[in-house]
Design a protein around this ligand. Structure first.
Ligand code: AMP
Ligand code: MG
Length: 331
């Protein structure tokens, strides 16, 4: 996912990028460069990373994981909110989205320097640990308990969306009229374009290099109501072994990367945390069930890109193909 700025938004913007949440986070504030707003946004993003990253031993999520099967852990409000929402989407998706996917993420090591294809035995051993119903939330003490030893949360499918919403809230409370927040493909657009024309968000060509797009979605955002565009795709993180290609979005049922003919799912909505969880959930569910989930979710639209190079969308998306290798199917 990337945002296209054809002419109209070029002149006066400034952009800043930092590495956080395991990805490049870039923020563009239009009209004027505003140091304080940039500082506030990036410190908020780093704060969220420090609370939620499983790669930071002192993070709240690492503390929850270390206490799995032992005791509940009191957490920061941000963490509680995100886990609560993650569990909500786990229930809504029948477990396709599952924040307790941590042991699978570690077993496969996708995105690390040492990814590997595990044996069926290894997968079978950890599958019983992947179960959102064993994530116990106590709203009174704001604590989280993983019931079984060996369980581990991984908020990689939802935390970037939350961080993007929090960054957008900072923009909303500032005098900056328009902004683009792009946390590794989790995009939030705040405000209207100067000439009032729609923003144009490019959808990454899943088979090619980062930066190549295969289509464009038109997005209309207002200052008071941001819009978000979030993609889950096979190309984000993967490795190759024995002639197979293994990506980072797992079926919690099989223990393998979800394999149902989809290359990417893009969700367009108002809330980036929800869109983030939805895009991951829908990617795991596949087209039919995923489409049903999106259609039942107020305000959400989606674009599905398939391995056979067909593209399908929900009815409310303003989508145009830019790459004639793909074919738009209207049903
Ligand atoms: P996304 O790019 O938002 O689709 O999220 C993918 C990331 O979410 C992965 O890198 C994992 O950290 C995590 N993840 C993988 N599979 C799942 C799943 N089935 N449910 C929830 N999170 C997942
Ligand atoms: Mg996601």
């Amino acid at each position: 996912m990337l945002l296209l700025c054809f002419g109209a938004c070029a002149q006066t913007e400034s952009s800043r990028a930092e590495f956080a949440l395991g990805t490049v986070c870039s923020v563009t504030l239009f009209d004027q460069s505003r140091d304080r707003v940039y500082r506030d946004i990036f410190s908020r993003i780093h704060e969220i990373e420090n609370l939620m990253s499983v790669n930071i031993p002192a993070s709240d999520v690492s503390r929850i994981n270390a206490a799995a099967g032992i005791e509940p852990v009191q957490v920061h409000d941000d963490v509680y909110k995100v886990i609560e929402r993650a569990v909500y989407f786990a229930r809504l998706s029948g477990g396709a989205f599952d924040p307790s996917v941590g042991p699978l993420v570690s077993l496969w090591g996708i995105g690390t320097d040492t990814p590997r294809l595990p044996s069926q035995k290894e997968i079978d051993e950890i599958l019983p640990l992947i179960n959102w119903q064993d994530v116990e939330l106590d709203p009174h003490t704001r604590s989280v308990f993983l019931r079984r030893t060996g369980m581990a949360l991984d908020l990689g499918g939802i935390a970037k969306g939350y961080a993007a919403d929090e960054a957008a809230a900072i923009v909303k409370n500032s005098n900056v009229k328009r902004a683009i927040i792009d946390l590794g493909g989790n995009i939030v657009i705040c405000g209207e374009k100067k000439d009032k024309s729609p923003w144009r968000a490019g959808i990454q060509n899943p088979g090619y290099n980062r930066g190549d797009i295969m289509g464009i979605v038109n997005i209309t955002a207002e200052h008071s109501r941001a819009q978000t565009v979030v993609t889950s795709g096979v190309y984000e993180r993967f490795f190759e072994e024995n002639g197979g290609r293994f990506h980072h979005i797992f079926s919690p049922f099989q223990g393998y990367p979800a394999d149902n003919g989809l290359l990417s799912v893009t969700v367009i909505s108002h809330n980036s945390m929800d869109a983030d969880a939805l895009s991951t959930a829908v990617f795991v569910l596949g087209y039919e069930k995923g489409m049903a989930l999106i259609e039942a979710f107020p305000g959400a639209e989606a674009v599905f890109v398939f391995e056979d190079k067909t593209v399908r969308t929900t009815n409310g998306v303003k989508f145009a193909l830019t790459d004639n290798m793909f074919r738009l199917v209207q049903e």
